[in-house]
Design a protein around this ligand. Structure first.
Ligand code: CP
Ligand code: NVA
Length: 299
């Protein structure tokens, strides 16, 4: 059966832990020798594209990245046709899209794994790197609390689901009108996750082991930036919010970051910040995921 990775809970808790272990495997087998991975990007990317291309190279394979200007899936040809064709060249397909439904249609027609490289709905590869980073800092994840403070967006959703699978508590603070979709909270809770939802950044930060944020305006929402800057006043993760968290709390951000908006320069560049390690882990986590999806565990 072809395994796709469209959201973190496409993995069971045990499989998630296997992927994190594989991400740290020294001298990984070159399972992609002579093979490729097609990467479709409808939106910009620094980390995801570079991390994925390099993960493919480290497994002996060849990545082929295409921007929407080159191949506009569903415009030039239907997503299902593109998936059928790419499945005949490549061992896997990754796609960064606006509409999550497009990923589902790619996955439905593909005969190789389809990996969500970010959609308007979710960013599960980011969440894998987030867990890997926290596991490296703490040694284990179970029983820890991560507080997400900011926009209830794609990154927030995947983080909350990932936290549930890893046995972590999640505190989510958003301004009203920017909350995480209720279905995502329900989904995390159904997985056994303890999720607290609030509109108070202070309440979310209180006692947390890690504070996490993301941009206030995601790709495609740039025109709404000014309104959002106003609505998110008080949601900047700064020294004051960090002081409410546990002593030694970690700061995470998927990046790109805007110093002075969702995070103060002082926090982003402080010793508490694990963001560069987190960005590096995008590559290791992707390698672990591909080893899982395409390696022996997949059979
Ligand atoms: N964190 C992340 O996905 O970064 P990019 O948008 O640069 O890929
Ligand atoms: N929420 C952001 C994440 C970028 C990595 C966006 O979708 O633009």
């Amino acid at each position: 059966m072809t395994r796709h990775f469209l959201e973190v809970d496409d993995l069971s808790p045990g499989e998630l832990s296997t992927v994190l272990d594989l991400a740290e495997q020294v001298d990984p087998p070159r399972i992609l020798a002579g093979k490729g991975m097609a990467l479709l990007f409808e939106k910009p990317s620094l980390r995801t594209r570079n991390a994925t291309e390099m993960a493919v190279v480290q497994l002996g394979g060849h990545p082929v990245s295409l921007r929407a200007e080159e191949v506009d899936v569903d415009v030039r040809e239907p997503a299902a046709d593109a998936a059928r064709v790419l499945s005949r060249y490549h061992a896997a397909i990754g796609a960064r899209v606006f509409a999550h439904a497009k990923l589902e249609r790619l996955a439905e027609a593909a005969t190789v794994p389809v990996v969500n490289l970010l959609s308007d709905d979710s960013h599960p590869c980011q969440a894998l790197a987030d867990l890997l980073s926290l596991r490296q800092v703490w040694g284990e994840l179970q029983g820890r609390t991560v507080a997400y403070i900011g926009d209830g967006n794609n990154v927030c959703k995947s983080l909350v689901i990932a936290a549930a699978l890893a046995g972590m508590r999640a505190h989510v603070a958003t301004p009203s009108g920017f909350s995480l979709q209720a279905a995502a909270v329900d989904r995390a809770r159904a997985l056994g996750g303890e999720v607290t939802v609030t509109t108070s950044a202070e309440e979310a930060a209180d006692g947390a082991d890690a504070l996490y944020t993301d941009v206030w305006a995601s790709m495609g929402q740039e025109d709404d930036s000014a309104r959002r800057r106003k609505a998110f006043e008080g949601f900047t993760i700064d020294e004051r919010l960090m002081a409410l968290a546990q002593p030694g709390a970690v700061f995470l951000h998927c990046l790109p970051a805007h110093r002075g908006e969702e995070v103060s320069a002082g926090v982003l560049d402080s010793p508490a910040s694990a963001v560069w390690q987190q960005a590096e882990n995008r590559m290791h986590a992707m390698r672990g995921l591909l080893l899982f999806l395409l390696g022996e565990e997949a059979t």
